[in-house]
Design a protein around this ligand. Structure first.
Ligand SMILES: [Zn+2]
Length: 199
């Protein structure tokens, strides 16, 4: 994929979206264009610059939010390890797992469990990676705001990704992924579509 192929695609600064940049090499890298053009992590960990603090203030579509809970929310990772890579974030700007309240810990765990169920309904992965990266040395891209990764995995998934990348621009792909996951989440919980209720 060359840079000119991203012309005509509206890109947003990566720092304004909820994501977790990392140092891994990928075979499939169109989303890196957003990062490259965007394209820096917040200069300071202050809340106004924190993408995980800003995401809930956006619409579900713009913020790539899959589900909003009471104390935490679920968002697509802008820098996915695999398709459907979700992040579970408390609304509060806390960095460390030990800073989370008991109620936040419980809700993050419950949302992680539901996320697995939802992803299984949508895309039937062979397995998952779940986890928290605490501190830059451990691989956290946004160290200031706690986020739990839920990463679906397939056998040979690193070979599957370039095929997808050649068929669609990433913003569309992320938007479609968000819609499928959000719809499945509501269906699983028996919720009606509340997106029309919001101001
Ligand atoms: Zn934050």
């Amino acid at each position: 994929m060359t840079s000119h192929e991203t012309e005509g695609v509206q890109v947003e600064e990566a720092r304004t979206l909820a994501g977790d940049p990392d140092g891994f090499q990928r075979l499939w890298t169109p989303h890196r264009m957003v990062y490259i053009e965007g394209a820096e992590k917040p200069a300071t960990p202050a809340e106004p610059d924190c993408p995980f603090c800003r995401a809930p203030g956006r619409s579900d579509e713009d913020g790539l939010i899959v589900h909003r809970g009471e104390l935490a929310y679920v968002v697509l990772n802008l820098f996915p390890y695999s398709p459907g890579h979700l992040l579970i974030c408390p609304y509060r700007h806390v960095a460390d797992y030990t800073d989370a309240t008991d109620a936040e810990v419980v809700e993050i765990a419950a949302l992680s469990r539901t996320a697995m169920n939802v992803i299984r309904i949508v895309s039937g992965p062979a397995g998952f990676n779940l986890g928290l990266n605490q501190g830059a040395v451990a691989g956290a891209g946004i160290t200031a705001h706690l986020h739990q990764h839920v990463v679906p995995r397939w056998l040979g998934d690193s070979n599957f990704l370039p095929i997808v990348a050649q068929t669609k621009a990433l913003p569309q792909l992320l938007g479609e992924t968000r819609l499928r996951l959000a719809t499945a989440w509501r269906s699983l919980l028996g919720e009606r579509d509340t997106s029309l209720d919001k101001d």
